[in-house]
Design a protein around this ligand. Structure first.
Ligand code: ADP
Length: 195
């Protein structure tokens, strides 16, 4: 298996690039944000619980998210690899993910982190909010709160994978296709090494 984490702050382009990368490399896309929004749309108990956190710009509790990922794995047993997008978002989630992958006799091959300046991020998110119907993208206070959470809780995920020497920064500003090419170059190199 080849498993990749696409990392970076809200609005850094993880969703856009993930769609293209899973197509190119035949990986299964695991976006916890998308899974949570599906639960909300289906008005499940998990969705109702999650919505309260998401609307405030807070993280959904670790055990909820980890349970969701575990059950996603159960439904994708024949995947040849996963692309994780928006997960892990806390140190505890990173540890849980490493353990779940170990059970599957595999591991994270690389963490690619999209780097984008904060003002560009706010601009992108407010723009997305105009068309996506995502309430968490329409309010600048909620957006700033999410950056705060990223700095205080999610940056630990970067540290976790830096220690494991799996972390790499990628410039996340420029055209979608230029960024896609940079990501593809890194992935191709990693795949060659792992082959
Ligand atoms: P973005 O990267 O733009 O913030 P996502 O779609 O990844 O968007 O996530 C939207 C919201 O869903 C987050 O602000 C958070 O509340 C919740 N969420 C998504 N993934 C996780 C996760 N792994 N752990 C906790 N909360 C999550």
């Amino acid at each position: 298996m080849f498993n990749l984490i696409l990392f970076g702050p809200p609005g850094s382009g993880k969703g856009t690039q993930s769609e293209k990368l899973v197509d190119k490399y035949g990986l299964v896309h695991l976006s916890t944000g998308n899974l949570l929004r599906e639960e909300i749309a289906n008005k499940t108990p998990l969705g109702l619980e999650a919505k309260a956190f998401i609307d405030k710009g807070q993280l959904v509790p670790d055990e909820v998210v980890i349970g969701m990922v575990d059950s996603f794995f159960e439904h994708h047993k024949d995947a040849k690899g996963f692309l994780f997008d928006g997960f892990p978002r806390t140190a505890a989630q990173a540890v849980a993910l490493d353990k779940l992958l170990e059970l599957k006799k595999t591991e994270i091959a690389a963490v690619l982190a999209l780097e984008v300046g904060e003002e560009e991020l706010v601009k992108r998110l407010l723009n997305r909010g105009k068309t996506s119907g995502r309430s968490d993208d329409s309010d600048e206070d909620v957006i700033r709160k999410r950056f705060n959470v990223y700095m205080t809780e999610t940056s630990a995920v970067g540290d976790h994978y830096k220690k494991a020497r799996k972390f790499q920064n990628i410039k996340g500003e420029g055209s979608v296709s230029d960024i896609f090419n940079s990501l593809s170059d890194s992935i191709d190199k990693k795949m060659k090494k792992n082959a």
